[in-house]
Ligand binder design. Structure first.
Ligand SMILES: Cc1cc2nc3c(=O)[nH]c(=O)nc-3n(C[C@H](O)[C@H](O)[C@H](O)COP(=O)(O)OP(=O)(O)OC[C@H]3O[C@@H](n4cnc5c(N)ncnc54)[C@H](O)[C@@H]3O)c2cc1C
Length: 385
């Protein structure tokens, strides 16, 4: 494995640095204001679209610029290093539709992406079905006229109220098979009769909204079906492994962002007549933060490299997400410690990162689920010893 970046990768990363230096308005103040006003980072997203970053990773046939997994992770890291989201998680959701959707669904998804709109939110989780997707109880029936009627309750729906549709995973209880073979995915219009939403509050990432979604006898056309009937589980699982890796890369970038802030503060803030960075206990924290970031990079790039070489990343993507989500939280927590009271008061960047990064130990599969997924694979490997 070669850690050198290619010329193309260097250029791409430099163009992200330039993007931020040419757009100084995208700073912490901007994020704080959007959070306060409960609105998305629309101007930032629009600038990403204008600069061509929003279609990175999307196949050429849909007007995108495909990139390999190593580059995808480097780019995700770099946006987060500047304190801003990469939105690659959203790109991977778009990819579900591009892979399984009808031409009309693909067209509408791409149009929305380029128009700075959200075509759909993700409706998987339910009050009784979190880590256990097989427990989804939202149900659907097919009527004689071919339309589907959906009833159920989804929760944790990120940007549910901002998206035109919700990609809803629902079960056909008339089929007597294991749950994963009874599920289908539907694009349910957010304004369809029978859809009711209630806002949820959360600890961080408050530039995104979250809703409970109640579905009561919601009728959708056959054109709302995404992929084949009873193969909905595959639609939502297709990108899970790469999504984990992107989350890991995002976490790495957030940790580096906090580390940089802490390093600068430690060299400027004086106590007992000298910069606090001269105290060995502060140096120990900075050293461990950097060590964790180096380990994150090794895990992320190794898994990305494996994927680019056609190897399975089931274990390595779980390892990367597990490690990076936990250790990024630790790094950012240490950064807050170095800031002393000023890390907790006045909402500086480190405290916002601290709130935002924590969700990565939950969303995209919890820490424990990462162990569960990799653990099963380890036992399979043991059989080959
Ligand atoms: C910020 C945020 C955004 C989200 N956005 C979306 C979204 O847009 N759409 C969507 O559908 N969902 C979304 N989710 C939901 C997310 O996918 C779930 O929170 C996650 O799957 C865990 O489910 P749960 O919260 O119900 O926890 P549970 O599954 O109830 O888990 C509770 C605890 O038990 C542990 N646990 C569960 N199973 C096992 C096991 N087998 N072995 C050991 N421990 C176990 C978990 O690790 C956790 O610690 C989001 C969540 C967050 C926090």
């Amino acid at each position: 494995m070669d850690f050198n970046k290619t010329d193309e990768q260097e250029l791409l990363l430099e163009s992200i640095d330039e993007f931020f230096s040419q757009n100084p308005q995208f700073n912490e103040e901007y994020i704080r204001k959007c959070e306060k006003d409960h609105r998305p980072l629309s101007e930032y997203r629009q600038a990403m679209i204008d600069a061509g970053f929003a279609t990175l990773g999307i196949p050429e046939e849909f007007g995108g610029t495909p990139i390999d997994t190593v580059t995808l992770c480097l780019v995700a890291e770099r946006f987060n290093l500047h304190g801003f989201p990469s939105y690659f998680g959203q790109i991977l959701q778009v990819d579900d539709i591009l892979a399984f959707g009808t031409p009309d669904q693909q067209k509408a998804t791409m149009e929305a992406l380029l128009n700075n709109e959200m075509y759909f939110s993700l409706g998987l989780s339910e009050p009784g079905a979190g880590s256990d997707t097989n427990a989804v109880s939202t149900s659907y029936v097919r009527k004689d006229d071919g339309k589907y009627v959906i009833t159920g309750h989804k929760t944790f729906c990120t940007d549910g109220d901002r998206a035109k549709n919700m990609l809803c995973l629902a079960r056909d209880f008339s089929v007597d098979d294991k749950p994963s073979k009874t599920m289908s995915c539907f694009l349910v219009p957010s304004d369809a009769p029978g859809v009711k939403m209630e806002p949820l509050t959360k600890v961080g990432t408050n530039w995104r909204s979250m809703t409970e979604v109640y579905l009561e006898d919601v009728v959708v056309d056959p054109t709302a079906l995404v992929g084949k009937e009873h193969e909905g589980f595959m639609v939502v699982m297709k990108n899970f492994e790469i999504e984990r890796l992107v989350i890991a890369a995002d976490c790495m970038g957030m940790a580096e962002c906090a580390y940089k802030e802490a390093l600068k503060y430690a060299s400027e803030r004086e106590q007992f007549g000298q910069p606090i960075g001269k105290f060995q206990l502060i140096q120990e924290m900075l050293f461990e933060m950097r060590l964790r970031i180096d380990n994150m990079r090794n895990l992320v790039l190794k898994a990305a490299w494996e994927r680019d070489n056609g190897d399975s990343i089931r274990i390595s993507s779980s390892e990367a997400k597990y490690y990076c989500a936990r250790e990024a939280f630790q790094v950012i927590d240490d950064a807050m410690q170095i800031f002393g009271g000023y890390g907790y008061v006045g909402d500086p960047r480190v405290s916002r990162l601290w709130r935002d990064v924590r969700m990565n130990r939950l969303g995209g599969g919890t820490d424990q689920v990462m162990v569960y997924i990799a653990g099963k694979m380890l036992l399979k490997e043991a059989k080959r010893i």
